[in-house]
Design a protein around this ligand. Structure first.
Ligand code: HAM
Length: 415
């Protein structure tokens, strides 16, 4: 085929059925789990004043290099959202819902990244945030919600956990780490040297091979007694729920706002370059960064595109949803009426267009994955009946009066 004139932008996909079907199921399962845990949905704008996002990660790649920013017709500097935690906090500060406030969201997010497997410029996230409490039970609740979601969809994940310390211990650690890295500045990669001047913590996240030895010898974070108690509480509560986790002191996350608990969900069957299917943590200083009141917060986001990649490997979710395919000869109007009636009874039904031959329609019925084919031919029409064929069972055909069809099908499909 000749190259079409227009293609989807680089790093952006069109998603067809059946992948879109699996995706929808996964999103529905997430929404159900969030509702079961008492979270209300928040629908946020796709773009915001750029300041909402730039405040939350001055030293991060997400803000420095990956923002889809633009000037609107009134010369306001805007950006497509690269994540939603900052938007949730902006909405909280603007509307002040009663705390503790628990919300969930889903939607497209945008980062100008180098596209590769599992890394896109438009990607879908689901997530939750809890604002207005620093109770470790909230940390445990969000982690267990994500764990339950991954379990429900059949995606194997490892939970990696760390504590980055509260606002104060984090600030002290930043100084210690800055001194250590500055002393070894000459040995660091050019990229790490640049990151060091912005945020020493992010150097720990360097993927450059030459930086690994320096990172492994770096001093470790010392938690204050309060932060240690908070972290111990989170771990204890996770253990009480039988949620397994591994500790990793080098887990720093890709955004600047994290304090105390930080965690990632790593898909056990994906390559290490794309295996983080989700992540989150506490951000007790974010509200003030955005000009709001003191307000603790904790949450996570899960990348749906990557989660689907992990599921593709295992094919855990079945996508076949069609119940009935109607084939007809000279009875298109009746076929349309029958399809409409069956759909009303929540029996998913299709029929073919273009008046094809019965043989061609039966081939389509087979390909469609439908459980049952109905034939509306001349003989059937004369007898006010319809032939019912169970496609997945060899030569199982019967003639059913049209008035009994709905009940007959419901019995067959529920058997
Ligand atoms: P994040 O780690 O930047 O955290 O993103 C969460 C997840 O989104 C990642 O683990 C990954 O699965 C997916 N993701 C990120 N970038 C891409 C991309 N370019 N292509 C495909 N998937 C991607 C956050 O966004 C925080 N707001 C999470 C959070 C919520 N922290 C506290 N509350």
């Amino acid at each position: 085929m000749a190259n079409p004139k227009f293609q989807s932008p680089k790093g952006v996909k069109d998603i067809f059925s059946p992948e879109s079907e699996v995706r929808r199921k996964v999103l529905d399962i997430f929404a159900k789990q969030a509702r079961l845990a008492g979270y209300g949905e928040i629908v946020l704008p796709l773009f915001e004043d750029i300041g909402v996002f730039s405040r939350v990660g001055e030293s991060t790649e997400i803000v420095q290099k990956q923002m889809y920013d633009f000037q609107d017709k009134d010369n306001r500097q805007m950006a497509l959202r690269p994540e939603s935690t900052a938007s949730v906090m902006r909405a909280f500060i603007q509307h002040r819902p009663v705390t503790p406030w628990k919300c969930w969201y889903e939607g497209a997010h945008f980062r100008y990244e180098k596209p590769q497997a599992g890394r896109f410029r438009q990607f879908h996230q689901v997530g939750v945030e809890v604002l207005g409490t620093n109770d470790p039970a909230a940390d445990t609740e969000v982690i267990s919600l994500a764990a339950k979601f991954f379990q429900e969809i059949g995606c194997g994940v490892e939970i990696v956990l760390n504590s980055l310390g509260g606002v104060e211990s984090r600030a002290n650690y930043l100084e210690t780490l800055r001194d250590y890295l500055t002393a070894r500045n000459n040995e660091l990669s050019a990229q790490a040297q640049k990151t060091l001047s912005l945020n020493p913590l992010r150097v720990l996240d360097s993927k450059v091979e030459g930086d690994a030895a320096i990172i492994s010898e770096a001093p470790e974070m010392k938690l204050s007694a309060d932060d240690q108690k908070h972290f111990d509480d989170v771990k204890e509560k996770l253990e009480s729920l039988n949620i397994a986790y591994t500790l990793n002191k080098r887990l720093v996350r890709g955004l600047d706002y994290y304090t105390r608990t930080a965690f990632e969900f790593i898909a056990t069957n994906l390559d290490s370059s794309q295996d983080a299917v989700g992540g989150g943590g506490r951000y007790d200083g974010l509200s003030e960064l955005l000009g709001g009141p003191k307000c603790a917060g904790v949450g996570f986001a899960i990348g749906i595109d990557r989660t689907l990649l992990a599921l593709e490997e295992t094919q855990k979710i079945s996508t076949n949803t069609l119940d009935v395919f109607i084939a007809y000869v000279g009875a298109q109007t009746e076929a349309i009426q029958m399809a409409t009636e069956l759909r009303q009874a929540e029996i998913s039904t299709e029929f073919s267009f273009d008046n094809r031959s019965l043989k061609a329609q039966m081939k389509l019925a087979d390909k469609s994955g439908a459980k049952v084919a109905l034939i509306l031919g001349e003989d059937e029409m004369k007898q006010n009946s319809v032939s019912v064929i169970e496609l997945r069972k060899a030569s199982n055909q019967s003639l059913v009066p049209q008035k009994d069809l709905k009940a007959h099908l419901l019995k067959l499909l529920n058997a």
